[in-house]
Ligand binder design. Sequence first.
Ligand SMILES: NC(=O)C1=CN([C@@H]2O[C@H](COP(=O)(O)OP(=O)(O)OC[C@H]3O[C@@H](n4cnc5c(N)ncnc54)[C@H](OP(=O)(O)O)[C@@H]3O)[C@@H](O)[C@H]2O)C=CC1
Ligand SMILES: CC(=O)N[C@@H](CCC(=O)OP(=O)(O)O)C(=O)O
Length: 346
Amino acid sequence: MIKVGIIGSTGYAGAELVRILTGHKEAEIVWYGSRSYVDKQYADVYRNMFQIVDAACMDDNMDELARQVDVIFTATPQGLCASLVNEDILSKTKIIDLSADFRIKDVSVYEKWYGIEHKSPEFINEAVYGLCEINRDKVKGARLVANPGCYTTCSILTAYPLAKEGIIDMSTLIVDAKSGTSGAGRGAKLPNLFCEVNENMKPYGVATHRHTPEIEEQLGYASGEKVVINFTPHLVPMNRGILATEYASLKKDVTYEDVKAIYDKYYADEKFVRVLKENELPETKWVEGSNYVDINFKIDPRTNRIIMMGAIDNLVKGAAGQAVQNMNLMFGMDEAEGLNLVPMFP
Ligand SMILES: NC(=O)C1=CN([C@@H]2O[C@H](COP(=O)(O)OP(=O)(O)OC[C@H]3O[C@@H](n4cnc5c(N)ncnc54)[C@H](OP(=O)(O)O)[C@@H]3O)[C@@H](O)[C@H]2O)C=CC1
Ligand SMILES: CC(=O)N[C@@H](CCC(=O)OP(=O)(O)O)C(=O)O
């Protein structure tokens, strides 16, 4: 049994980790980390866990945690993991960080977009960007995994095969994405109150959202060129789900069959990526509660553009599910263990 500690177990991403790991055959949570609920029963913080989790929340003592567990998930605000990690801790345990601290290789880019000083830049190079479908082999040997962001997971996986095969003009790429409100976490924030979100749809972070450089960096590796995109996120009145719609000009004359063959080349054997049938478009409802990414595309011959679409559950493939997928790879377990979550409907 792998012993697991979660720092930030009381946030939305942490709670999703608890839900998924509760059903994992080879992992056991021994540390429910919290800042605000120390000594309180976890099942009193999240009552869906009544009679399922019998443990109290514990202080975020990283040194003690590193001695006790095989892997630590940090599901905490930006900057926290970077302020805790050091060589001693990494020599005792592995870390999967759900925040952005180790996702961006250029520390000055991180500091500019996040507006904070990076406290342990010496570990950035070592960290593996944990997008399993793309970096599987590197994840297997990692001590420190940077779990990708929710918008980024969806946006990158949706465009990756076409960027990699060079059939789209990367300078024309536009990513328009919508997220449910759980993406913003459990902390009370005025823009996320019921009356502000319900019956409403709003863009935010336009031209400034911190996921922009993460998408640009990863699609830059795929295409082999510097990528600069427009990324526009929107908040929509749903609990969970991300839908990314991406537009790019085609560099070649291609048919539906050509593009489908490219997606199949990369994803036909991927358990968690479902390239849909022709004319069936991704919807957040069909992936809710699961680790799937649903992807499809449409060629628009009038504009010579391709429209790529992807849907995920932000808390599962966009956070906790992907983190568990990374853990499975790091410990040589079945990559899908704990993740055989059938999407819920309605
Ligand atoms: N929500 C999502 O869909 C996604 C989130 N993420 C990332 O996951 C991380 C967690 O996000 P999310 O769960 O949404 O956020 P929440 O606000 O819901 O939870 C934050 C968690 O961090 C803990 N925490 C806050 N401040 C501190 C601190 N100074 N020291 C220790 N613990 C602290 C909180 O503890 P307590 O409540 O006990 O005070 C809580 O458990 C973030 O980095 C986020 O960007 C990534 C992908 C998707
Ligand atoms: C709806 C909403 O507010 N979503 C969050 C993204 C959550 C996420 O993936 O965040 P990290 O990259 O920090 O891990 C946001 O836009 O900031």
